[in-house]
Design a protein around this ligand. Structure first.
Ligand SMILES: Cc1cc2nc3c(=O)[nH]c(=O)nc-3n(C[C@H](O)[C@H](O)[C@H](O)COP(=O)(O)OP(=O)(O)OC[C@H]3O[C@@H](n4cnc5c(N)ncnc54)[C@H](O)[C@@H]3O)c2cc1C
Length: 382
């Protein structure tokens, strides 16, 4: 009898959970051993962070517990991954050393506010789960002044999310009756709102934020932050409350293992393979080039799609079949309006001759399907 093969998945986020479940749904624990390693024991759908900020959710009500994976005979190890030995097929955590036959790297992107001088001292990190309640409290207490939302590096997770945040904040202030005395400014280093979605969708997003009197300042590349002041390469702006989307980088263990160059992400093609046999990389930790100046955006739907692609290829390999599945590049992201509606931005990154994108109308049905999207992920994965 041959030994049972071991699939080790680094990261229990969107990509890792999609991969593990897809494999386990096809193969039993007597056919393949699956282990997920993550330093935290919970999973949250990214957009729930904005619901914690607007006060319609708590952190505790928004997470799934990764220990539930054991019920599906998926091993879960809560530990920090310190190194990946690609030659000897070994992953080292703080507590143990784990051998793999197949490795799926889905470690996500790390937020790096320290890269912008003065940001840690003078602003909040809109994407950091530890700061959400404090941001909520600040927004509940601001009665006048200027709120700045600033994208401080590209690429960043879920390109529409900061725009959605500005609309939800607008809604909070309207409900409190203070919106007319609070200015909301949105700063981005990009020339248009959503470069990855193209000029037409970008124009619609611009119209949407402008309709709520949110001012979009394009081509605003941040240099540093001072107390109550943003210093850009081409000017300055004052703020009373700064909500930043800091630059994103890969986790240190990725650079240490040589899988990505400094400040970059793991380069992959549509098969999600790395140069190492049976080692795959998916999701936010990767960069999948679409055209010369465009990569697949960092979003949960893409991490999930890539995870399913890799899972299918691993299943085929384990069954000694042809493993030639490619990621299709299709996905959709919701953008909530703050008026009990949402629209969906659909993209097809590999459509020919160029990526195609579209945005739907704002409807309450879309908002319901956004809520359903979260419920479905939590219930089918955990
Ligand atoms: C506000 C907001 C709104 C969003 N809205 C959407 C949306 O509407 N639609 C959408 O598709 N996406 C959305 N996203 C993006 C989405 O959350 C990410 O793109 C997605 O989580 C990426 O999945 P991943 O598996 O690549 O990484 P992650 O989900 O980030 O998972 C990586 C995991 O690796 C673990 N890890 C990292 N380093 C180590 C280490 N050294 N040791 C152990 N564990 C480690 C982390 O703890 C983490 O759990 C949103 C994100 C935010 C912040």
């Amino acid at each position: 009898m041959t030994d049972i093969q071991h699939v080790v998945i680094l990261g229990g986020g969107f990509g890792g959970l999609a991969t593990a479940n897809e494999i386990r749904n096809s193969l039993s624990s007597s056919q393949v051993k699956i282990t997920i390693i993550d330093k935290k024991d919970w999973f949250m759908v990214g957009f729930a962070k904005l619901w914690i900020i607007n006060g319609t959710r708590t952190f505790e009500n928004s997470i799934g517990n990764l220990n539930q994976l054991e019920k599906k005979e998926i091993n879960f190890i809560q530990d920090e991954i310190l190194s990946i030995d690609l030659q000897n097929k070994n992953v080292k955590t703080k507590q143990e050393s784990i051998h793999y036959d197949f490795l799926v790297i889905s470690l996500g992107a790390v937020l790096a506010p320290q890269k912008i001088p003065g940001l840690l001292e003078n602003g909040f990190n809109l994407y950091d789960h530890n700061q959400l309640s404090e941001i909520h409290n600040k927004l509940q207490n601001i009665d006048s002044g200027k709120i700045a939302i600033s994208i401080m590096g590209m690429p960043y997770k879920c390109p529409p999310a900061p725009f959605e945040a500005s609309l939800l904040i607008d809604s909070m202030l309207r409900k409190r009756g203070v919106r007319d005395s609070v200015q909301i400014d949105f700063y981005s280093p990009a020339p248009i709102t959503l470069p990855a979605a193209g000029p037409e969708v970008s124009k619609e997003i611009l119209e949407l934020v402008n309709s709520e009197k949110i001012t979009f300042h394009n081509s605003s590349k941040i240099k540093l932050v001072e107390s109550n002041k943003l210093i850009f390469e081409n000017g300055e702006a004052e703020f009373d409350l700064l909500l930043a989307i800091p630059p994103h980088i890969a986790p240190k263990v990725i650079y240490d293992s040589g899988l990505a160059k400094e400040s970059g992400f793991i380069p992959i093609d549509r098969d999600c393979k790395t140069p190492f046999e049976n080692v795959f990389a998916i999701g936010d930790v990767t960069s999948m080039i679409v055209t010369e100046n465009m990569a697949v955006p960092k979003a949960g739907v893409f991490a999930e799609g890539e995870g399913i692609t890799v899972a299918k290829n691993i299943i085929s390999k384990l069954q000694s079949k042809d493993a030639s599945e490619l990621f299709d590049g299709k996905g959709g992201c919701y953008i909530e309006s703050g008026r009990e509606t949402a629209s969906v931005i659909e993209v097809d990154m590999f459509s020919q001759p160029k990526p195609s994108t579209s945005i739907s109308a704002q409807t309450s049905e879309n908002l319901s399907s956004k809520r359903e999207f979260e419920k479905e992920r939590l219930s089918k994965w955990l």
